[in-house]
Design a protein around this ligand. Structure first.
Ligand SMILES: Cc1cc2nc3c(=O)[nH]c(=O)nc-3n(C[C@H](O)[C@H](O)[C@H](O)COP(=O)(O)OP(=O)(O)OC[C@H]3O[C@@H](n4cnc5c(N)ncnc54)[C@H](O)[C@@H]3O)c2cc1C
Length: 483
């Protein structure tokens, strides 16, 4: 079906200026931050309320048309990749902070609200929203919920899932329902937990209740430069082994440092094979004690600097926060990989990545949340040189295999989306994937809500999932009925 035929129905719901059918304008939405996957959406609709989202979804369901939610489009796994035969529902006109309730330490926001806007709304009262993706100046809370986004400070404070108390969602059938709420605990299944990280496949969040934290009394930020990656890695392990959980421990290797110096001249110590940014926060006395301990544990560093004030702190963070963009200045194209390994495996994994890079002739810069073992190898290539794109993809896939072989994960925070769905069978068995599909089918029996994402094989919910010919084991054991 030509979905532009739905334009009159959508104009009825949202008004004429909120429905896009012009091909050139539609191209604005053809990809998210993963530009290697693109598709011009059939039609784009920009609702301003939950009720409008529900009516749009009901229209799609009635017509059997697939639909995809999009926040700010900064996702790095193609989660918001549109469908040429579908509807893209963009939340950028749902940007109201509905309330900041300091007494209950919560904020209630619409899904298109930009991450940093929550902290801006709460900071006059001395509070903030903790999850801080590097994209926080632009990414939306709805996108953060869908991706269970993390950030430099999630080591101490946890990921998005630890900060979302309640949701209003439009279900894949178009009903408005509430999951969780302002209280800390609700009985029954943790449907908020199931929804957070579901990558837009279980419905569209239309309101999010988030936890606010009191801003720490004091913060100290230390930059330590090492002449080997191993020494920096050993310092990370020593800090955690000493019982300190810093707010953040970030690491960058020499290739990444060179790129950020060229792009933003952040003034990191010259000649470093690796730098660590270690931030501790909390009561002033505790911060002072932990800073002393970290200095001692970083004794192998050849240069240690501690930010004297917020300006110096911002200068230290500037390099780290600009790293992805900086690579774009040095390499025509690059893949932002996202994998996780146990912290103790970091030295072995980084050394193997170096070998992969040398053998393939594909440069890799490493920027990562060292405290979490969450790697972001930036695999650089020139798409105009024959064969380089393929070699870069091979290196990128080999890095994921490496993470899995060390007991790690395919993604730490960027999600599976369309990009990594093919790798899911490397991490999960058929039975695992079938069970996840049962959950998806329970929410979305019609299979219209962000289809083709997360799972390697698109399925209808009436089909038996998996390669097996017989009845699904859960159905066979009487634990589930075939949907
Ligand atoms: C420079 C840069 C740095 C980044 N740094 C980090 C980082 O440090 N940590 C990190 O975790 N990520 C990071 N990211 C990735 C990205 O910013 C996050 O995944 C972010 O949460 C995406 O938000 P968005 O609003 O752009 O979502 P989009 O890209 O628009 O969508 C992402 C997914 O969410 C779904 N979605 C969007 N809105 C809703 C909704 N209301 N309800 C249900 N589903 C919805 C979409 O369908 C899609 O599957 C970075 C990206 C860039 C470009």
């Amino acid at each position: 079906m030509d979905v532009t035929g739905l334009a009159p129905a959508f104009r009825e719901i949202v008004g004429a200026d909120a429905v896009i059918t012009d091909h050139q304008e539609l191209r604005t939405y053809e990809c998210d931050g993963l530009t290697s996957h693109a598709a011009v959406p059939g039609i784009v609709v920009l609702p301003t309320s939950a009720d409008q989202v529900a009516r749009i979804v009901r229209t799609c369901v009635a017509e059997g048309v697939p639909y995809v939610a999009r926040g700010s489009g900064t996702g790095l796994s193609g989660g918001a990749l549109p469908r040429a035969d579908g509807v893209l529902i963009v939340t950028s006109r749902m940007r109201r902070v509905l309330g900041v309730d300091v007494a209950n330490r919560i904020a209630v926001v619409e899904p298109g609200v930009v991450n940093l806007a929550v902290t801006r709304a709460a900071s006059p009262s001395g509070y903030y929203y903790a999850p801080d993706p590097s994209s926080q100046q632009i990414c939306s809370i709805g996108g953060n919920v869908a991706e269970n986004s993390g950030g430099a400070h999630c080591l101490k404070y946890g990921f998005t899932v630890n900060h979302v108390l309640g949701l209003e969602i439009v279900t894949p059938q178009g009903e408005l329902v509430r999951l969780g709420g302002p209280a800390v605990q609700y009985p029954g299944y943790d449907l908020v937990g199931a929804f957070v990280g579901s990558e837009g496949t279980l419905g569209i969040a239309t309101e999010v209740t988030v936890r606010l934290l009191r801003a720490p009394e004091d913060v100290a930020t230390l930059l330590a430069a090492f002449d080997s990656i191993d020494a920096a890695g050993a310092c990370v392990s020593a800090i955690i082994a000493a019982g300190i959980i810093p707010a953040a421990i970030e690491m960058m290797d020499a290739t990444a440092i060179a790129a950020v110096e060229a792009a933003v001249a952040c003034g990191y110590p010259p000649g470093a094979a690796a730098v660590l940014i270690v931030e501790v926060d909390g009561p002033a006395a505790e911060v002072a004690a932990q800073l002393d301990q970290v200095r001692t544990l970083a004794a192998e560093a050849f240069d240690i600097r501690v930010a004297a004030d917020d300006t110096e702190r911002a200068a230290i963070w500037k390099g780290r926060k600009s790293a992805f963009a900086a690579i774009g200045h040095t390499s025509p194209s690059y893949i932002v990989q996202d994998g996780v390994v146990p912290r103790t495996a970091l030295p072995a994994v980084l050394s193997r990545i170096e070998t992969l890079s040398r053998d393939s002739g594909i440069a890799v810069a490493n920027v990562f949340h060292a405290g979490d073992g969450n790697l972001h190898p930036l695999v650089m290539y020139d798409d105009k040189v024959a064969g380089e794109t393929e070699r870069a993809e091979e290196v990128s896939a080999a890095i994921l295999d490496l993470c899995l072989s060390h007991g790690g994960s395919l993604t730490g925070e960027h999600g599976i989306g369309v990009d990594k769905s093919r790798y899911m069978p490397r991490m999960f068995s058929d039975a695992d994937l079938d069970t996840m599909q049962l959950l998806r089918c329970a929410f979305d029996p019609g299979g219209l809500c962000n289809p083709g994402k997360v799972f390697p094989t698109p399925r209808l919910c009436g089909e038996r999932p998996g390669h097996r010919k017989g009845v699904h084991p859960l159905a066979e054991s009487g634990k589930a009925e075939l949907l």
